[in-house]
Design a protein around this ligand. Structure first.
Ligand code: PLP
Length: 454
């Protein structure tokens, strides 16, 4: 691949999730191309994208059908906002397709641009529904501490985690936090999986009681907490949580922004974990991230409450220029058609054993404390400084994931360092041979960090 030289002033562009001071003196990694599961930098070096960018490029970086779908829609009608009793065919078709695929009864669908927007808008809709159902006090939203649901003010608050919301002084008055389910790591010594699930449900009940049940609106949860470090709940967790929520009339929202479209081995993460949500949000793999689009899926019961409010007011006063962008909708429709035609969920199930084996083998590495695997997701938990003689206490906390990330770039792999983990979520099209290559490169990166250890 030809390299592209770019003139770049380091002090102009601000990059999120980056060290702003370092950006002044160090050139960021500049990517200029992609093919399959790999991306290429300006020097022509290739990297396996082991996180599919931000867990999103399900079909890899060079799917011609998606490119053609975008071009065709661009030629037909490049933009028309879907609002004010107007829309375009691709958007109508995409809504029908998602409703047909939805695990919820009588699903209604609307669109936004990002996963953050989908979650943020849904909170707004929930407040609207409660206001018109005579429960305007029901505003508080429950989440798990250190989860990630997006970057708007409300979602920064909801996610928890000190760097994300405390450093920005984001108000968290209407947020309630629970512990992360993490089986088996989060259980007490000797606690059974069932007892651990019961304890988490009891925590939920106690948080609701303390907050005042008539002030709590919804519980937002990812089926598997990916950005928190890929934690898997104990069996039956969501059934137990849902039973508590139902007692108090609180909605369950499944954030499927990462887990949708086959990532967990079934079409939705809610199906893999037998979750019965009232609403769902989706994005990322919805269009394989070739275009920004997200969807809010609402059960018939919930939607009826929005309709009642709208009937009272004469309209549903919400919308945006780029929500349901026609080009994004056309690409999303093509993406779903490809998932079905190429039977991508079956492909994911076929490669899952190789994925699980590759992750399990890393447990033997001297820098690795444990690994977690779920569907085509994984986390490599690194040892903490002082854990043993291989990882001395003098090592800066959080230093190991950053070092492995850097060594990964040298070895030709991009991973996501989060907390004390490396989170992995490769494109869903990855083959068994490519899984082997991915773990070979990751092991090389770990070996290099071990070799350079003080
Ligand atoms: N929800 C989850 C579970 C996510 O992981 C993310 C982003 O990574 C979001 C929501 C926000 O999506 P976006 O970055 O498109 O706003």
């Amino acid at each position: 691949m030809a390299s592209t030289k770019l003139n770049y002033r380091n002090d102009t562009l601000m990059l999120g999730f980056s060290d702003l001071k370092r950006l002044r003196s160090e050139r960021p990694l500049v990517l200029t191309g992609g093919r399959g599961i790999k991306v290429f930098d300006e020097r022509g070096r290739d990297y396996i994208e082991a996180v599919s960018s931000f867990y999103c490029v399900a079909l890899g970086y060079s799917d011609e059908e998606l490119i053609e779908a975008a071009i065709a829609q661009m030629r037909a009608l490049p933009i028309y906002p879907s609002a004010i009793d107007r829309t375009v065919p691709a958007v109508m078709e995409l809504a029908e397709k998602l409703a047909a695929l939805s695990p919820m009864p009588q699903t209604h669908v609307t669109f936004a641009t990002t996963g953050s927007e989908a979650n943020d808008h849904l909170i707004k809709f929930i407040w609207y529904a409660n206001g018109f159902s005579g429960e305007p006090r029901r505003r508080k939203i429950i989440s798990r501490w250190s989860s990630y649901h997006g970057s708007t003010i409300q979602l920064t608050a909801l996610g928890g985690g000190s760097d994300l919301h405390r450093s920005f002084a984001v108000p968290t008055d209407e947020c309630l936090y629970l512990s992360h389910p993490n089986w088996p790591g989060g259980a007490e010594p000797g606690e059974s999986e069932a007892a651990y699930g019961d304890r988490l449900a009891a925590e939920l009940r106690s948080v609701i009681e303390q907050a005042g049940p008539d002030t709590v609106a919804a519980f937002f949860a990812e089926p598997v907490s990916v950005s928190a470090g890929m934690y898997v709940p104990p069996a039956g967790y969501f059934t137990k949580m849902k039973a508590v929520l139902d007692t108090y009339g609180i909605l369950l929202v499944a954030d499927e922004v990462v887990t949708g479209f086959g990532r967990t081995g079934q079409f939705w993460g809610t199906q893999t974990l037998d979750i019965k949500p009232d609403c769902m949000t989706s994005s990322k793999a919805l269009s394989s991230a070739y275009q920004p689009i997200s969807a809010i899926l609402m059960s018939g019961d919930f939607y009826d409450r929005l309709e009642r409010g709208s009937t009272e007011k004469g309209w549903f006063a919400h919308g945006g220029t780029y929500h349901a962008h026609p080009v994004a909708a056309a690409v999303a429709l093509k993406t779903i058609e490809i998932y079905e035609r190429r039977n991508l969920v079956a492909h994911v199930r076929d490669v899952m054993p190789a994925w699980a084996r590759g992750l399990a083998a890393l447990k033997d590495h001297p820098l690795v404390a444990e690994t977690r695997c779920f569907g085509l997701l994984g986390a490599v938990q690194l040892k903490q400084p002082g854990d043993d003689e291989k990882v001395p206490a003098s090592l800066r906390i959080g230093g190991l994931p950053a070092q492995v990330y850097q060594a990964g770039l040298e070895a030709g792999i991009i991973v996501r360092p989060l907390a004390n983990c490396l989170v992995l979520s490769p494109p869903l099209i990855i083959t068994i041979a490519e899984i082997g290559e991915l773990f070979e490169r990751l092991t090389r990166a770990l070996d290099q960090v071990l070799k350079d250890m003080p």
